[in-house]
Design a protein. Structure first.
Length: 181
């Protein structure tokens, strides 16, 4: 209920969190792009032939394999979801990846489809908690995919040699060897 200026330390912490979150999640998105498009070479070839489809493909990649699969929040006041009350002070874990695969919202949600009209996926959250860096992440994803497809339109990944990152907040790889065609 009070308005005040943030301290220098609070601003530095906030900027550090935002910068770190954006770097790690976007970097993990690049790995998912490589893996998923290696598993769907027909769709990758379509993107090579028609780069205007890349923004929609990035949205589908974000829906299909979100780098940040969940987010936790504290409930500040009693709230009702589906007939149940979550009391103020509770910790709530939102499963974004699960929501992005909800068959009530996405027909055939386990199928990767660069032609899907994704509409509103929740990879970046929703409402008040929508990610500040969403537009930048989408832009970085689009530019990275355009450049990779322009330079190396064909690849396979060696998943047996890939190493997943041991993180609890984001999903992705520390390394994913690829064979460029």
């Amino acid at each position: 209920g009070q308005v005040r200026r943030l301290t220098r330390q609070e601003i530095q912490i906030f900027v550090g969190v935002i910068a770190g979150a954006g770097v790690e999640t976007t970097g993990r998105l690049f790995g998912w792009m490589g893996k998923v498009l290696a598993e769907h070479p027909d769709q990758r070839r379509e993107l090579v032939a028609d780069p205007t489809a890349i923004p929609r493909a990035v949205e589908e990649l974000l829906r299909y394999e979100p780098p940040g699969p969940h987010v936790a929040r504290y409930v500040t006041e009693d709230v009702e979801y589906h007939g149940r009350t979550v009391p103020a002070g509770s910790a709530l874990l939102l499963m974004l990846a699960s929501a992005n695969h909800d068959e009530r919202r996405f027909p055939d949600p386990e199928r990767f489809d660069i032609h899907r009209d994704v509409g509103q996926q929740v990879t970046f959250g929703h409402g008040t908690h929508f990610c500040l860096g969403a537009a930048l992440a989408r832009l970085e994803g689009r530019i990275a995919l355009e450049e990779v497809l322009r330079r190396w339109p064909d690849w396979e990944v060696d998943l047996d040699a890939a190493r997943r990152a041991p993180t609890s907040t984001v999903r992705g790889w520390d390394s994913m060897p690829a064979v460029i065609g």
